[in-house]
Design a protein around this ligand. Structure first.
Ligand code: FNR
Length: 352
């Protein structure tokens, strides 16, 4: 992937923000109960991801690196992550695997966030050796493998042959030496896809659903093409993915992370209530950084932590286990999805 393309992704993600809609989070309502019976100071928002404790259940998800500009963004993202105790993922490390001169644009994440839980990120086209190098560059705690067939197919120069992906993922999981998270990039992982990953030894997925950053729109705008514009609503939302994998019977034995279209702390809490272990945010945090700078992003992360804790208090949930037992009302198009997929929404609405 060229450095120029990395810069354009950032510019266009910003430019297309106003067109984002349909993330499904507004279809998720909590039932308000008055006597919540907890004290805010004792509410614990920590979580466990890939066997490690995270003090904060949301994180900065994969975006940048591979060019001078995106290296500078990684430096700022990591500085804010470190200050707020938030985990962070790099963008795809592929450019640095081709050109070692670009390694510093990724390594800066570890330099600025020495204590953070850091993910490296690669494509499923990588060999085990390349995946290990990506982890090494960042001294990463875990590896994300992004799976993005919709984005590849819309790009004239993108991949067309997807036959080897599951085999390569399995090999990386077996040999890379750190936990692996397989993630979509904004089109959602279906229950069937998650089942296929479980068969290959993957234990943690980031469903990364639609309704936030839209890579079909970004790739089209990049070339000023309108082909495939009709695919702008393609895929499943994070909410639909969580329902499908965790709430259709039987629940899949997967650790699910949610991302895609997360706009505010209430969306974070909605995803946690649906069983997500953690919640990834890309476009919104990038926007705060680009618009207002690194101090503003740090303040935003701190404010979200406070708000998540307050929302758990409002919902009478002392921790993440308790929030996953609250009453949820699923409405609108998401309810229609659930009906077609045989998910018992009445049960979700009566969990207390
Ligand atoms: C991304 N995303 C991404 N994902 C990935 O796995 N590897 C990558 O290199 C990138 N690059 C990238 C660049 C930019 C500028 C953005 C905004 C996003 C996708 C990202 O991790 C996430 O899956 C989607 O953006 C959906 O989340 P949001 O943006 O709606 O919060």
């Amino acid at each position: 992937m060229s450095s120029e393309r990395k810069d354009e992704h950032v510019r266009l993600a910003e430019e297309l923000r106003d067109e984002q809609r349909g993330s499904g989070f507004d279809d998720v309502r909590f039932l308000h109960h008055t006597f919540n019976g907890v004290t805010r100071d004792a509410v614990d928002i920590s979580t466990t991801v890939a066997g490690r404790r995270w003090p904060v259940p949301f994180y900065i998800n994969a975006m940048t690196g591979g060019s001078r500009m995106t290296g500078a963004l990684n430096a700022d993202l990591a500085q804010a992550a470190a200050a707020a105790g938030v985990s962070i993922a790099s963008g795809s490390v592929s450019p640095a695997l081709r050109d070692p001169g670009l390694e510093s644009t990724f390594r800066v994440i570890r330099e600025n966030a020495p204590e953070a839980f850091v993910f490296a990120n690669v494509s499923p086209e990588m060999t085990v050796e390349q995946a290990k190098r990506a982890v090494g560059i960042l001294s990463a705690d875990a590896l994300q493998i992004h799976v993005n067939p919709a984005q590849e197919l819309v790009m004239p120069e993108g991949d067309r042959d997807f036959r080897g992906w599951l085999d390569r993922i399995e090999r990386i999981v077996d040999e890379v030496g750190v936990p692996v998270v397989v993630k979509e990039v904004g089109f959602g992982l279906s229950r069937h896809s998650v089942e296929q990953l479980l068969e290959r030894g993957v234990r943690t997925v980031d469903v990364s659903g639609r309704g936030g950053t839209n890579f079909i729109a970004i790739e089209n705008r990049r070339r000023q093409r309108s082909e495939y514009d009709y695919l702008s609503g393609w895929g499943q939302t994070a909410v639909e993915c969580l329902l499908d994998s965790l709430h259709a019977a039987p629940a899949l034995p997967v650790e699910a992370i949610a991302s895609g279209g997360v706009r505010n702390p209430l969306d974070v809490v909605r995803a946690l209530a649906l069983g997500a272990r953690a919640v990834g945010v890309s476009g919104h945090f990038l926007h705060v950084l680009v618009a207002d700078g690194v101090e503003a992003l740090t303040a935003e992360l701190e404010s979200w932590k406070e708000q998540v804790q307050t929302l758990l208090t409002l919902l009478g949930a002392a921790d993440l286990e308790a929030i996953a037992r609250t009453d949820l009302l699923i409405t609108g198009p998401t309810a229609e999805f659930a009906r077609l997929r045989g998910i018992d929404l009445a049960e979700l609405a009566h969990r207390h």
